[in-house]
Design a protein around this ligand. Structure first.
Ligand code: B1M
Length: 212
């Protein structure tokens, strides 16, 4: 079995220490960073993402796999700049104002990082102004809003309006998600993309970054 396949398989099992050792081994063998990332770490994370989407694995498995991915990716990060591996794009993510639920938001963030995106995590209880500030001052191409309350979903519409008021609506895409959010709601408030889960959110964010 190649070291890259071993990285992918151990990541899926959440074996963080082994993944770290294998990534170091791959670096020492002279395998290009992009190949280690794509065919080792991201390949494993994609399998987990698909399984999560199909209810074959659940939140704990995703969290341990993400932890393994982060440990492996930490070794690659300094080498990426040297080898000129570009991030797939830059996004910001947060749970909207009035809402402190962050488990789903964190999963979405991890999946997005797993796809090679640079993610600015704004945390929870995020005001519309804070999302706009991240887009304007940190160069985020996509604003990602998560909400778990039927009562806080409305803040997403305020984010869309704040982007219009700031004059950046044509320069930034707005993604929405979270248990009570629907496609109809997304269209009603004029956001760009709704996705039901973390894996599809990551795929959609990569596509939106390419498009903008
Ligand atoms: Co709260 N809570 N909670 N809670 N909580 C809910 C949401 C609730 C539905 C429970 C219930 O009553 N049945 C209810 C909301 C009712 C409503 O609005 N209709 C509720 C309530 C009422 C409350 C409190 C008010 C309770 C109280 O204090 N009286 C309080 C409020 C706190 C606040 O925010 N101000 C509260 C507190 C808490 C805890 C702190 C105990 C804890 C949160 C811990 C944390 O997040 N750090 C908690 C939890 C855990 C839940 C439930 C049980 C689970 C939520 C969760 O993490 N799910 C929840 C009931 C339920 O949903 N069954 C409930 C797992 C997570 C992976 O799913 O976040 O949906 P989810 O994310 C998914 C997708 O939605 C999607 O991807 C994720 C993975 O696939 N997704 C996106 C999420 N964001 C996305 C963004 C995208 C795309 C996809 O693009 C940008």
């Amino acid at each position: 079995m190649s070291v890259l396949t071993e990285i992918s398989e151990n990541l899926q099992k959440g074996k963080a220490k082994i993944v770290k050792q294998l990534v170091q081994q791959a670096i020492d063998e002279g395998i290009p960073v992009k190949q280690i990332l794509d065919e080792g770490l991201l390949s494993g994370m994609s399998v987990i993402g698909e399984k999560f989407k199909n209810n074959e694995v659940f939140v704990p498995e995703v969290l341990v796999a993400a932890c393994a991915m982060n440990m492996g990716a930490a070794l690659l990060k300094p080498l990426m700049a040297q080898e000129g591996v570009e991030a797939a794009g830059k996004v910001c993510i947060g749970t909207v104002k009035g809402d402190l639920h962050d488990i789903g938001k964190n999963l979405v963030k991890m999946m997005m990082e797993g796809k090679g995106l640079e993610v600015v995590d704004l945390g929870t209880d995020v005001s519309p102004e804070a999302y706009i500030d991240a887009a304007q001052n940190q160069g985020c191409q996509v604003i990602c809003c998560s909400a778990l309350f039927t009562t806080t979903m409305g803040v997403m519409e305020e984010v869309v309006k704040a982007a219009e008021t700031a004059g950046i609506r044509d320069k930034v895409k707005i993604m929405v998600g979270g248990a009570p959010v629907t496609q109809d709601f997304c269209e009603k408030i004029g956001a760009d993309k709704y996705t039901p889960d973390a894996a599809t959110a990551a795929d959609a964010a990569v596509e939106l970054c390419k498009a903008i």
